[in-house]
Design a protein around this ligand. Sequence first.
Ligand SMILES: Nc1nc2c(ncn2[C@@H]2O[C@H](COP(=O)(O)OP(=O)(O)O)[C@@H](O)[C@H]2O)c(=O)[nH]1
Ligand SMILES: [Mg+2]
Length: 408
Amino acid sequence: MYQPMIRIGLIGKTNAGKTTLFNSMTLLSAEVSNYPFTTKTPEMGIANVVTPCVHKEFGVVDDPGNSKCDDGWRFIPVEVTDLPGLIKGAWMGKGLGNQFLTVAAQSDALLHVVDASGSVDKDGKISDPGTGDPIADFDDVELELVQWYAKLFAQNLPKISKLSKTPGYGVPSAVEEVMHGIGVRKEHVVMAMSENLLGDKAFDSWTEKETQAFCWSLRELSKPTLIIANKMDLPFAAENFQKLREKHKGLIVVPTSGEAELTLRRAEAKRLIRYVPGEERFEILKPQDLSDAQRSALAYIRRKVFGEYLRTGVQFALNIAVFKLLKMNAIYPVADAEKVGDKHGRILPDVYLMSNGSTVEDLAKAVHSDLLKGLVYALDVRSGLHLPANYVLRDRDVLSIVSTGKRA
Ligand SMILES: Nc1nc2c(ncn2[C@@H]2O[C@H](COP(=O)(O)OP(=O)(O)O)[C@@H](O)[C@H]2O)c(=O)[nH]1
Ligand SMILES: [Mg+2]
């Protein structure tokens, strides 16, 4: 793949379950423990998002290269980062704050993990469910993030002010120039200004309050985020999940049990069960090989997770982040339209995640720059139509790019 992988960052308070979720998504085993700040440096791994594969529709057996196909589902890799636990005052540069915020800034989307059972107390230590306040936990972490946007903004006030008065600029371009490194685009600035009625107000006369409100908007608009209500298998979680949903109507809240997902993926890796991540069931393959502890863990998951919520929610959360929040489409480029394969005879080898609004031209560029140079059209393999360079791609398109450019 020539396009950069999509990056998803896990944020949230210590002990919310980030590392467990990360491990379940990537099936690596970063250290998990109850001690605060176990994760000292950001950990990066590869997870997958899942979409129904097109191979059945084309009546072929596929041979994926950049992705995997399991039971009719196409698994497409994305990068996930497990960030160090966040402490209060991180935006001032305390502790691991800067590192945390830098990685958060570089993520395309964030999964903000909350311990919905409230089994983490104010100091970040594990205690009984119902002790902590997940709603406040969420707000605390968000505040840290926003403070950091505000800090960056404040530090650059003179620069923004000066730039904005340069011919051809204006406030949106000036802010973009200063904050593009953390994902702020001109259109975000325009919207944040309009949300806070700052469109007609001279930049130099924005009050402290207006600036703060503007920074909240910038954070919300420029960094797509979904809330993960984790530890749904524990008491109090259902109530707090409802509270989170009511309080944050503009955000998607996905109920999960990271621990359940990790258990299932490990059992699947040992071939004790059959489990396709995201599916609403699992099947015990070797009941006789299960220890008592394993048997009761699986029974617990069946009852507390699948019984109440249909799924663990982990795969679902990743899918929602990529396909709904980031509005990505899964596109299958093939060189040989007849065989739906590449020139080496691999069938449906690749699938690309292309953002909404991407065109045939963008796809050509992503596949190979040589294809772009001599781009003529793309053949829609389903319909046989010739699609122009500016055709806007649709999810699950299977396209053969016709180009006079030679591929290396
Ligand atoms: N019951 C339950 N416990 C969980 C779940 N996810 C994580 N935990 C536990 O919560 C504790 C903290 O998890 P960890 O992943 O280290 O949190 P982090 O500090 O956010 O990385 C560990 O004891 C986990 O086993 C879950 O879905 N259900
Ligand atoms: Mg951790």
